[in-house]
Structure formats: structure tokens, C-alpha cells
Design a protein around this ligand. Structure first.
Ligand SMILES: *Cc1c(COP(=O)(O)O)cnc(C)c1O
Length: 396
């Protein structure tokens, strides 16, 4: 069996050994409760305080603006539902977001619509980038919140977050960003970008699963997520996941420290993949070529069924995705690919490869050899493709 090539880092990433090492003491000897007064509990308390400080340094926020959660989905739910509840009291029941958000945001908005909120979903056009003008024009007297993701999890497009932040601040509207795909992969400054609320998830930057955080600007009034003890400044009760918190901070520190050096290397491999796969006939790159995450490749191949493509690649030891892991298993085409104007049948033949620092040049060569082989093979079996070719010939 050939070595496995993991090219699905947007779904989750490998826990780094350094991160596990940093977590280990808190899973074993250092089990004291951070809320206890004796010295043994204080060790955990101080470690958590340091972790908060490290995260604040990486993201340009205050330590007191960091609230730990169980992951990105929880942070998204918390930010949007609690702001909505708070501002509804002032009669503001209009929410603005985009058509291609993660389901943690979209389904939260759906739930709020059922409670009487009005939601405007902005278009993302064929390049997968939100227009700042559209945000500006959509803001109304009764707008409570704008929520735009930092970078898309399927097509990797990076949004003009600082510009949207400026527009929102000017209009006096709160701004949330789901930055789960961006933290640890792009430079972020919470304060300078005028962000009020930011969601992140540790397992997307080589930290542990089940850990995330919501950054919430100081002074912003919003409700508690879990009532109970005084943890997370009374806003999210429950004994802290000390090891998870230490793992999150360690992974983030490592990612931020090497961001400048590894980004160009990953980008170069990404662009080699895109150039190579674009040689396949009737293929297209989904999402803007420049405004995209350093490790994201998303291509569509006409006349190919995405799920089959994945199974054949899996047989060759390549882990890839057809869209987001959350929707795979359903036969509906990805809402993200539809939002950038792809036809259903084209969206179905899509492949997402998300590489990182671990991906070697040999891995890229292997992928560049495997994908065209599999595409050819699937097209040879496809009545749809045969039809397409026949029609093309007749057209000529
Ligand atoms: C993975 C992901 C989430 C969900 O994060 P979890 O920690 O898995 O709950 C939310 N938003 C985006 C953009 C993601 O990629």
C-alpha cells in the first residue's frame, strides 16, 4: 500500500506532536480544577490565563475578549443567536450574511428566521467574493448584525473583511466573521479589522478537536451561552477543558510564528496543482485564483461524478473531498458551488484538495498523475460525457 496523501486539511488537520506534548500534563498529573483555590488548581488557572494571552497576541485582541467554546459551530451559534436576542429588544431584527456561509451560520440564520428575524443573504458572484458595496447597500435602520466568513471552506476565497468591518463600524452595525478557515492560515488583526465577533476552531490549525473560541469585543453586551458557574467571565459555564485550551493556544502560536515562512511554500504547491489540473479538458477552477487560501484547490470536471472521483482517489491513497465534509453523503450539490453560479451537473463533478505544510512535492506529483487518470476513466464510463462529446462534434 502506497503512503497515504492527506489533502483534506479544510475538513480537519493532524494534531501536531508539539501540541500533544503541551496538552499531556493537563490530561495526566495537572488535573486540578482551575476554579479551586489551592495551589494545585492554580496551576491550571495560570496556564489558561497564559493561553488566553497567547491567543490575544496572535489575533490582535485583548485576553479578556477570548471566550473558549467547544469549537467553531458553537462559536457561530453563540455569536449570532445572542446578538440577535440582544438587539431584538431594540427592535433590530434584520440580519445580513452571505449565500455561501458554513452551515453553522446558515442553519443558525434559518432558525432565527422561524423566530421572526429577517435575513438578507448577499451574493458572492462567480469569483466567490462578497462586494463591500453590497454590504453597505444592504444595511438598514433595523439591521442588528452582519456575518461574513473570513475565508470559504470549500472554494477557499478570502473576503474583504477589514473593508466590511469599516463599513459596519461606520454604520453602527455589529460585525461577526466565521474565521474558522482563516485562523492560523492568514494574518488576522481583530482590532484593526474592526471585527466585533470572531469564531475560530482549533482542529483546523493542527490543534485538538472539540475546541474553539469566540472573540467578543470588549464592552459589547450579549447574553450567556451556558448558565452555571463563573467560568469564561460568567458567560459560558462549565469546568474548563484545560488540556484543550492549552492545545488551542499552542497550535495557534506555532501557526502564527511560521505563517510568513510557510505560506509562500504552500501557495507555490497549490498553484502547481491548479496549473496541472487545469490541463484537463473541460475543467475549471472554482473561486478567485488570487484571493484564496494558500492551501485550497477546488476544481470541477465536466462529465464526472464527484463521489466516484473521491472513491477512486481513495483507492490510490489520496484523501480529498467533493465539497464540505458536512454535506458529503447527501446528493444535493454544494450550496457554495451553486452560489458562484455553477450548474448542478458541473457542481457534482467537483474536487476539493486542501494541502498544508506536510504536503510534499512528490505528493503533488502523485496527485497530478492520479486525477487525470481517474477523470479519463470515469468519463470513459459516462453516458453524460459521451453525449456531451457527440454534441460538441456536431456543433463543429
Ligand atoms: C469546520 C468549520 C466550522 C465548524 O467548526 P467545528 O469546530 O468543526 O464545529 C465552521 N465554519 C467553517 C468555515 C468551518 O470550516
Amino acid at each position: 500500500m502506497a503512503k497515504m496523501i492527506y489533502a483534506d486539511n479544510a475538513a480537519t488537520t493532524r494534531l501536531l506532536p508539539e501540541v500533544l506534548d503541551a496538552m499531556m500534563p493537563y490530561l495526566t498529573e495537572e488535573y486540578g480544577n482551575a476554579s479551586s483555590l489551592y495551589g494545585f488548581g492554580q496551576t491550571s488557572r495560570y496556564a489558561i490565563a497564559d493561553a488566553r494571552e497567547d491567543i490575544a497576541n496572535c489575533l490582535g485582541c485583548l485576553a479578556s475578549e477570548v471566550y473558549f467554546t467547544s469549537g467553531g459551530s458553537e462559536a457561530d451559534n453563540w455569536a449570532i443567536k445572542m446578538v440577535a436576542a440582544e438587539l431584538a429588544k431594540k427592535g433590530k431584527k434584520h440580519l445580513i450574511s452571505t449565500a455561501f456561509e458554513h452551515h453553522a451560520v446558515l442553519h443558525t440564520l434559518k432558525a432565527l428566521e422561524k423566530q421572526g428575524f429577517e435575513v438578507t443573504l448577499l451574493p458572492v458572484y462567480d469569483n466567490g467574493v462578497v462586494r463591500v458595496e453590497d454590504v453597505k447597500n444592504a444595511i438598514r435602520e433595523d439591521t442588528a448584525l452582519v456575518s461574513v466568513m473570513f475565508a470559504n471552506n470549500e472554494i477557499g476565497t478570502v473576503q474583504p473583511i477589514a473593508e466590511i468591518g469599516a463599513v459596519c463600524r461606520e454604520a453602527g452595525v455589529l460585525f461577526h466573521t466565521d474565521a474558522v478557515q482563516a485562523v492560523g492560515h492568514l494574518p488576522i488583526n481583530f482590532k484593526e479589522m474592526n471585527i466585533d465577533l470572531l469564531s475560530l476552531s482549533a482542529h483546523k490549525f493542527h490543534g485538538p478537536k472539540g475546541m474553539g473560541a469566540l472573540l467578543c469585543r470588549r464592552g459589547l453586551r450579549f447574553g450567556n451561552l451556558i448558565d452555571g458557574g463563573a467560568q469564561e467571565r460568567n458567560r459560558r459555564a462549565g469546568t474548563e477543558n484545560t488540556a484543550g485550551i492549552i492545545g488551542t493556544a499552542t497550535a495557534m502560536k506555532l501557526a502564527c510564528a511560521k505563517l510568513d515562512t510557510v505560506t509562500p511554500l504552500i501557495q507555490a504547491k497549490r498553484d502547481r496543482l491548479i496549473a496541472g489540473l487545469s490541463q484537463i479538458s473541460h475543467s475549471r477552477l472554482n473561486g478567485d485564483a488570487e484571493k484564496r487560501l494558500p492551501g485550497n484547490v477546488n476544481m470541477s470536471f465536466e462529465g464526472v461524478e464527484g463521489e466516484s472521483l473521491l472513491l477512486y482517489l481513495d483507492a490510490k491513497g489520496i484523501c480529498a473531498s467533493s465539497g464540505s465534509a458536512c454535506t458529503s453523503g447527501s446528493l444535493d450539490p454544494s450550496h457554495v458551488l451553486l452560489s458562484i453560479g455553477l450548474k448542478h451537473e458541473v457542481a457534482h463533478g467537483s474536487l476539493r484538495l486542501t494541502i498544508d505544510e506536510d504536503t510534499t512535492d512528490d505528493d503533488i506529483d502523485t496527485i497530478l498523475k492520479a486525477v487525470p487518470e481517474v477523470v479519463d476513466r470515469l468519463r470513459a464510463m459516462s453516458p453524460l460525457w459521451e453525449d456531451m462529446m457527440k454534441r460538441e462534434k456536431e456543433g463543429n
